[in-house]
Design a protein around this ligand. Structure first.
Ligand code: GLV
Ligand code: MN
Length: 195
């Protein structure tokens, strides 16, 4: 959860130098109703990628009106069979609202317990802050969800990209030992993520 604000709002001035926590406010005299409006979640995202899913983020960077308000939202589109791969939000709990189709939503606790549910349209599932989680489209057609966050910028650590697609790469011997697999396996996974 983000800190509480001490003022009604503070529309982010994204051009300004970010301060220690968030963005400075644009001058109040320039604020209009449009600063509290964002239409970027109305369009279906393109799912033509290896995972078959697409996240459209309405965080403070896309929607500056969220600055200091402590919340944000994503739209996630899923082709049939798509996965939103295992990832973490370091700064936020996540509430998944399925709007279309059926998603298998799962997370793993710090004690290695896996919790999951098939979530259908109109149903919600909560993912506690900082835990590894994913969604998979297990319905027949496309699926779509909105995810709500108690942070204006939840951050995302996508595990496959982080571990196998970093610049520069994590050394192979760290990953072979860490995952107890042969070097060919590490190289094969790395090759999928640009390394
Ligand atoms: C789904 O997990 C999302 O982060 O939007
Ligand atoms: Mn998430």
């Amino acid at each position: 959860a983000d800190p509480d604000s001490l003022q009604d709002f503070c529309i982010a001035d994204l051009e300004a130098q970010p301060s220690i926590n968030g963005f400075p406010c644009k001058p109040a005299s320039n604020v209009t109703s449009d600063d509290f409006f964002f239409n970027g979640l109305s369009m279906e995202g393109s799912t033509g990628n290896i995972f078959g899913s697409n996240v459209t983020a309405a965080n403070v960077l896309a929607f500056p009106g969220l600055n200091t308000l402590g919340l944000s939202m994503n739209r996630v589109d899923f082709a049939p069979g798509a996965v939103n791969p295992p990832h973490i939000h370091p700064r936020s709990t996540e509430l998944v609202l399925v709007v279309k189709g059926q998603l298998l939503v799962g997370f793993v606790t710090t004690g290695f317990v896996y919790h999951s549910k098939v979530v259908s349209a109109g149903e919600i599932f909560v993912i506690p802050r900082g835990l590894v989680h994913f969604q998979k489209n297990v319905g027949k057609g496309k699926a779509m969800s909105f995810t709500a966050f108690n942070s204006q910028l939840p951050g995302v650590v996508v595990l496959p990209l982080t571990l196998f697609g970093s610049t520069p790469p994590i050394p192979d011997d760290v990953l072979t030992k860490g995952f107890q697999v042969d070097e060919e396996v590490v190289k094969a996974i790395k090759s999928k993520f640009g390394n």
